[in-house]
Write a protein that binds this ligand. Structure first.
Ligand code: AHG
Ligand code: MN
Ligand code: MN
Length: 345
């Protein structure tokens, strides 16, 4: 821009310029995603003034109650991204089936997955919420017959992942596998401006985030890690820890990108009893956030394996998530390994 500030569009165009055979499709797709996030940001900002708060009275495929804004944001994402010819199909946390691009529009070479409104239990109490998205390439014949199978690629195959955070300011944080950059929405001109270049996560941390109401259901390694944090300077860690739980993964990940920390939504006995493999969704939450976290120098694991290497079995698959500052995630993984080795002995 004339004042030396860099808009997200300029940033992406300049980044893509170095990529051989780039057609501009990706840049254009990202522009449409950015527009969708601006629309959702506007709705979140206006809240009760535009009648978007409260329950929708419906359930999504995961059996969770939908908020009005879950449904509206999902629709905003579909309408913004279906027409331009860059996508073959979309998949969302809020839709049971894959959404192939309708025949009236051209189909393109990418697939888009998204959690249109993350942390939606916070919307009615005016606490930060967000949007998470991930872009994959459309394999083989997928362009003509986009199916759920086309989406079942490990997180390592992601072309791009990002989130919008609708907080005190609206931010968009993005990776294309070349580091992580954060942009803040300048409401006056309607553009995201590069404000957080090369975001990196400190390897060590003194802050952990977990929903402690599930403590009695946790597996031993998680219990051990949290117990040691809680023991503080009197315990084996020899220092005090701080705790946070916002219940918006986007906001937790953003805090970790800003000042370090570890976030855990682990596997627990309650989930196991219900036949669930975790709470958070691999395709819409865990994979995109893992890509961002790893690109910022952090780590992301189920406790037993690197999340981005999981070969998805199902579009709506859930996984345990332990992510953030590298050394802390490695510590939790080591505790899992110890327990699993002892159990096998
Ligand atoms: P969503 O609103 O998209 O369903 O996601 C909510 C997720 C995540 O953002 C958050 O970390 C977690 O669920 C909160 O779960 P609890 O309510 O169990 O704490
Ligand atoms: Mn979510
Ligand atoms: Mn959601």
């Amino acid at each position: 821009m004339h004042d030396g500030r860099i808009t997200i569009t300029q940033f992406i165009i300049e980044e893509q310029r170095h990529i051989e055979n780039a057609t501009g499709d990706f840049t254009s797709l990202l522009n449409d995603i950015v527009t969708a996030c601006k629309v959702i940001s506007d709705l979140v900002n206006h809240g009760a003034l535009v009648g978007v708060l409260g329950a929708a009275g419906t359930e999504n495929v995961q059996g969770e109650d939908q908020k009005k804004l879950d449904v509206i944001s999902n629709d905003v994402f579909l309408r913004s991204n279906e027409w331009a010819g860059h996508l073959a199909a979309m998949a969302s946390e809020e839709m049971e089936e894959v959404y192939p691009i309708p025949a009236r529009y051209p189909r393109g070479k990418y697939l888009l997955t998204f959690d249109p409104l993350d942390g939606s239990s916070n919307i009615d109490v005016n606490v930060s919420v967000g949007t998470i998205f991930s872009i994959l390439r459309c394999p083989g014949e997928c362009k003509t017959h986009p199916s759920a199978e086309a989406f079942l690629q490990p997180g390592t195959e992601q072309v791009c992942a990002g989130y919008a955070l609708y907080g005190p300011s609206t931010m968009l944080v993005l990776t294309t596998g070349n580091g992580v950059n954060g942009f803040t929405l300048d409401q006056n001109i309607g553009e995201f401006i590069l404000t957080h270049p090369n975001m990196t996560i400190p390897e060590d941390t003194g802050e952990f985030a977990i929903n402690a109401s599930n403590m009695r259901f946790w597996e031993a390694p998680v219990k051990r890690y949290v117990d040691e944090c809680l023991a503080g300077s009197d315990g084996p860690r020899g220092r005090d820890f701080n705790m946070r739980w916002i219940a918006s993964m986007v906001a937790e990940v953003h805090r970790i990108l800003t000042r370090g920390g570890i976030f855990m939504y682990p596997l627990d006995e309650k989930m196991k009893a219900r036949g669930l493999e975790g709470k958070l969704r691999l395709m819409y939450e865990a994979n995109p956030m893992s890509f961002i976290i790893e690109q910022a120098g952090g780590a992301s694991s189920t406790g037993r394996e690197r999340i981005m290497e999981i070969k998805p079995k199902d579009l709506h698959q859930r996984v345990p998530v332990i992510l953030g500052s590298k050394h802390e995630v490695e510590r939790v993984e080591a505790y899992h390994k110890e327990m699993d080795t002892d159990a096998a002995a």
